[in-house]
Ligand binder design. Sequence first.
Ligand code: PMP
Ligand code: GLU
Length: 396
Amino acid sequence: MLSEKIRIIAPSPTLAIDEKVKIMRAEGVDVIGFGAGQPDFDTPDHIKAAAIKAIEDGFTKYTPASGTKELKEAVCRKLKRDNGLDYTPANIVVSNGAKQSLVNTFTAICNPGDEVIVPAPYWVSYPEMIKLADGVPVIMPTTEENNFKFTVEDLKKTVTDRTRALILNSPSNPTGMLYTVEELKAIGELAVEKDFYIVSDEIYEKLIYDGVSHVSIASVSEEVKDRTIIINGLSKSHAMTGWRIGYTASNNALAKAMGNLQSHQTSNPNSIAQKAAEAALDGEQECVEIMRKTFEERRNYMVERINSIEGLSCKKPTGAFYVMMNISKCFGTELYGYQIQNSDDFCEALLEVAKVAVVSGIGFCADGFVRLSYATSMKNIEEGLNRIEKFLKKEC
Ligand code: PMP
Ligand code: GLU
């Protein structure tokens, strides 16, 4: 018999689509996968070399549970260099990916029944993580017309006496949208006035286009910084998803609490991956820029192409590597014998008929949309969009 808590947790639909594509390929099916939420690039060589050296040096024992002092110092240097923020190692907790950083955060801040505001469309794992921490996810809808961004007015209407935190994911997975400095300031002011935390997931910080730069909400004022838990990691910036290194920057009390939690739950993140992360943060950043530029070219192509296909449309995202494609015009139609009533129906028909995998908007609380990742080669993007066009013209 499973516990109540675990029975209400749904599996991750983003990881599930990846699994499904792998299985279909193993069966010899030629599938184009737009599901992947990870860079298709290999981890840069100098990072791999640091890991190899760590093994050869025998850096293979437990480290402090919340990460090595050296890596925490490298994180502090990064936060100063890139975000203009002053932190010391006592503010940093290094974890097994940003996923663990988020789980630590919700566990550290939520009492049973505390509300965490989750702007929708949201990354699929947030509500489940909040529920695991006995919190209550409060979904705050946004609209495509407003670029999938909430306004401070929306936030004011959603905040209650039980509000413990707001999730801010800028640039966002799945929408790619980015909040402006003015918007961040207004959100920060409300957080101070109403006394709630801001869980600022900045994992896509390095993937921003059109010459726009990232601003961390923690940098808008000291008061806001004290209420912000920055979530970041190496998965997306340095193509290191499999290495599992993420981190938080927060006030000392929270960092200490999360370190304690981690000391019982998982102990330190992998010692070798920590050395690799140090090299990633302190080493040359040209590799990050090369990947960013490639993503930008792919985004431009994908957005233009989607908007040229009859029946489809999308907004141009400013960051991350996802496009939310509006498919609502297909609702109420029949395609190849499939009745298209919602995004799940569309995804199923597209995969079965055209062999193109996309993620249904339903898991992101965005029915009417599907998410396409452009973390795949231009060749795949062209072929996948050709197939989508044919599919909609009923030429498959
Ligand atoms: N936050 C967001 C918004 C993400 O898309 C991801 C992707 N997996 C994560 C956090 C977690 O990343 P990781 O655990 O690989 O560091
Ligand atoms: N974050 C990525 C995605 O949304 C990777 C999969 C996951 O961890 O959910 O696809």
